[in-house]
Design a protein around this ligand. Structure first.
Ligand code: NAP
Length: 314
């Protein structure tokens, strides 16, 4: 008999069905079911669940649950909602997600590099004014976070001729990328970068990390792209930095409250480009293949994939 793997989610019905189809298609050797379709006698046999914003109470139906596979790369919410350490969490590490994010990072870096916000504002005022071009090699991009998404983004930017710096928790040696770590490294990367790209997880150490101090360390007139999580940036400090023109422009894809409320003043800020959390959506087909490999591997070898560190928060 195939092992039953519940799919525990709080998605809309249509989205959940599409995910269930993709997952089942990629993993024919396991029996993926919605919680309500699992008979009571089978609940105790469940060892692994696939989760997408699960109601933690729903997971308590499985007394022998050992680990959950999240369909998302960011796990701060599930860590908050499942505080105990009886159940391990595996997050999504999908190479396709890295490629999708790298493409978004390149796109919005080019948007800032080629002064698109300035030319859009000029068009609105019917102003014909040419600004001097800087080449990509004269532009330094600092990436905060060199994980699955940050590494691919750094690679894509170097391929496009930018001068790339990176900052991570542990020291790294990367070809073509100057790397930093620690608090001094953060100040240094802020000072040297024309554009800062945030690809950090939201953890107790990174929440509020980009504050007034970080902003005052930034090169005057630098820009910021946040594709990670809204709470990593101190919102009021950012708005103040933009008003003071310490920061020229911010591209924000993520917010502390999503969707961003219609009444939020950020919408009307001319120095902010707002995106509705679209920089790197999960691709169902490739994510389902990653999930299938992880779960099949566990049932064949008994080995759990790499789990999230509750202590580090990612
Ligand atoms: P990851 O592989 O876990 O990489 C995280 C990186 O951040 C690592 O390089 C890590 O350093 C570094 N880091 C963590 N804590 C740090 C700290 N306190 N100081 C310095 N560096 C620190 O994560 P990922 O898969 O690249 O994803 C990053 C985040 O992107 C996710 O957590 C999620 O929130 C966000 N995301 C957003 C979207 C979107 O559509 N907007 C889509 C997917 C993901 P080490 O290398 O030393 O461990």
């Amino acid at each position: 008999m195939k092992p039953i793997v519940p799919f525990v989610h709080s998605l809309s019905e249509g989205v959940a069905l599409a995910w269930a189809d993709a997952l089942q298609g990629a993993a024919p050797d396991i029996d993926i079911r919605f919680v309500t379709d699992i008979p009571e006698a089978e609940l105790g046999k469940v060892e692994v669940a696939i989760v997408a914003n699960p109601d933690p109470a729903a997971l308590t139906s499985f007394p022998n649950l050992k680990w959950v596979q999240s369909l998302w790369a960011g796990v701060e919410r599930i860590l908050r909602e499942m505080p105990g350490d009886e159940v391990q969490i595996v997050r999504l590490i999908d190479p396709q997600l890295g490629d999708t994010m790298a493409e978004a990072v390149l796109a919005w870096t080019l948007y800032l590099h080629r002064s698109m916000p300035t030319y859009a504002a000029q068009q609105a005022e019917r102003i014909w004014l040419q600004h001097e071009l800087r080449t990509a090699s004269e532009r330094t991009i600092g990436i905060l976070g060199l994980g699955n998404l940050g590494l691919k983004s750094a690679e894509r930017l170097t391929q496009n001729g930018f001068n790339v710096l990176g900052w991570s928790r542990s020291a790294k040696d990367l070809p073509g990328v100057t790397t930093f770590n620690g608090a001094d490294g953060l100040a240094e990367i802020a000072a040297q970068s024309d554009i800062i790209v945030v690809l950090l997880p939201s953890t107790p150490d990174t929440r509020g990390l980009l504050d007034a101090r970080f902003i005052s360390n930034m090169k005057r007139g630098g820009s910021l792209i946040n594709f990670a999580r809204g709470d990593i940036i101190e919102r009021d400090d950012l708005v103040h930095g933009l008003e003071a023109r310490q920061i020229e422009h911010a591209v924000l894809d993520v917010f502390a409250v999503e969707p961003l409320p219609e009444t939020d003043p950020l919408w009307g800020n001319p120095h902010i480009t707002i995106l509705p959390h679209i920089s790197a959506p999960t691709t169902k087909r490739t994510a389902s293949e990653v999930v299938a490999t992880n779960i099949n591997g566990y049932f064949t070898t008994g080995k759990m994939p790499t789990t999230v560190s509750r202590k580090a928060g990612y």
